[in-house]
Design a protein around this ligand. Structure first.
Ligand code: PMP
Length: 459
């Protein structure tokens, strides 16, 4: 095998052979891709020797930080013992049994059954079929429709991208598939007008229930939502929103799916985001933090209400993936969950490091160009605005968010831009000193962006 070394060599070969996800590869190739080579704790290194604070935990997944030897060793040991065996044909293996039991301990009480997949997308496609199958078994086959939300993200496969509310994704490949309706998102900053956040939360919940009633609840299988919208820009809903939606769904006999791919495994200061929001889902979508991204894995939590029907009335569920419950992924998940438990990371996020970062982060809203700065647990965002009183936006062409993202990377911090909203979700293991480093860099990014905006007459 040829070993490529220099940054330039890697860039040229990457440009010649690699089509990147969620990327305009032509533009990227013209610019030259960044090469990340190592990671330890909350820091990454690139091929030019730069040290970068990973403020996004990779893609919201490396909850316990990079390079944890316990997980690496557990995976290596498992691969030596049993590299692969499936869980299809009357077989199981020790790591998938142990992980299933462990998940029943850390998830909300109604979850005692788990179906494994390779990703969040696969998990949502699985739930799409499972929820419809459940209603078939309940002699209500007409309940097939799904409600989701504009700005929600649920994955890139056909059903999951259709459930998601991104027009840019729907435009490619003729999505959404039929039978999916998108309700408005609870984005107070963008759409709240003169209402208080609590009033606005109730308004959007009512709009969602009105949409449901206009379709006919008897035709609706389930509603899916992220407790906090992640890829849509870290939209933290007003406190009134989820309880009102969940109550309305229960009254109408509609299943509720909490997509915990980002919010799960301690991110919000609870084990799962639904616990923070006060909802009791029938399904949970899990991925990312389940293994802290060390090995790909997704999982569907199936509540007792659903599992009992499947077990009592159902036959074979004709669905599964080669890598459902892959032994190495299970070993990674078990070692990862043991770290989260033994280091009490969930409590740490709720009581210590979360509040420490939040108090500094929320103070960013004092800056003249920052409209709001929000954070729950260790997931947050701030919004650039030319006029914070009017809660107005910069023109799309000004690309303020992307400019700030570049400043951030150049100054050693990974932040993500969603439009002009800057998003952060660092590893749950981040120390106080590392939070100080993160904040110093963030303030520098805001100052540089403010100077850029003024120099170009955009404000
Ligand atoms: N749901 C949510 C809430 C997500 O954030 C993501 C990924 N960002 C997915 C589902 C899809 O997961 P995956 O990329 O593992 O397919």
């Amino acid at each position: 095998m040829t070993i490529l070394n220099s940054t330039r060599e890697l860039q040229i070969t990457d440009a010649a052979h690699h089509l990147h996800p969620f990327t305009n590869t032509r533009e990227l190739n013209a610019r030259g891709v960044r090469v990340i080579t190592t990671g330890k704790g909350v820091y990454l290194h690139d091929s030019e020797g730069n040290k970068i604070l990973d403020g996004m935990s990779g893609l919201w997944c490396v909850n316990v930080g990079h390079g944890r030897k316990d997980i690496v060793d557990a995976v290596a040991k498992q691969l030596e013992e049993l590299t692969f065996y499936n869980t299809f044909f009357n077989t199981t293996h020790p790591p998938v049994v142990a992980l299933s039991k462990l998940l029943s301990e850390v998830t909300p009480k109604q979850f005692n059954y788990f179906h494994f997949t390779g990703s969040g997308s696969e998990s949502n496609d699985t739930i799409f079929r499972l929820a419809r199958y459940y209603w078939q078994l309940m002699d209500k086959p007409e309940k097939t429709i799904f409600i989701s939300r504009r700005g929600g993200y649920h994955g890139s496969t056909v059903a999951s991208a259709s459930l998601g509310g991104f027009g840019s994704m729907h435009e490619q490949g003729g999505l959404p598939i039929p039978g999916i309706f998108h309700a408005p998102p609870p984005s107070w900053w963008a759409n709240g007008g003169d209402l208080t956040p609590d009033e606005f939360g109730l308004k959007v919940a009512n709009q969602t229930l009105e949409l449901i009633d206009s379709i006919g609840a008897h035709k609706i299988a389930a509603m899916i939502g992220e407790p906090i919208m992640g890829a849509g820009g870290v939209i933290i809903p007003p406190k009134t929103y989820w309880p009102a939606v969940a109550k309305g769904l229960k009254e109408r006999d509609i299943l509720f799916i909490s997509d915990e791919v980002i919010c799960g495994f301690g991110r919000t200061g609870e084990w799962f985001g639904c616990e923070l929001m006060g909802t009791e889902p029938d399904f949970m979508t899990m991925a990312k933090g389940i293994t802290s991204g060390y090995v790909p894995m997704g999982c569907v939590g199936v509540s007792d209400r659903i599992a009992n029907v499947l077990l009592e009335k159902g036959g074979e569920f004709a669905h599964g993936y080669t890598y459902s419950g892959h032994p190495a992924a299970c070993a990674a998940a078990i070692a990862n969950l043991e770290i989260i438990r033994s280091e009490k990371l969930v409590d740490r996020v709720r009581d210590d490091i979360g509040p420490y970062l939040q108090s500094k982060w929320k103070a960013l809203a004092d800056h003249p160009m920052v409209g709001e700065a929000v954070m729950e647990g260790l997931i947050g965002a701030f919004q650039f605005t030319p006029d914070k009183n009017a809660r107005s936006n910069f023109a799309d062409e000004a690309k303020i968010g992307l400019t700030a993202r570049d400043f951030s990377f150049e100054n050693g911090l990974v932040m993500r831009a969603v439009g002009d909203r800057m998003v952060i979700a660092p590893p749950l293991t981040i120390t106080h000193a590392e939070v100080d480093d993160l904040m110093e860099k963030t303030i520098k990014v805001i100052d540089l962006t403010y100077a850029h905006v003024r120099k170009n007459g955009l404000i």
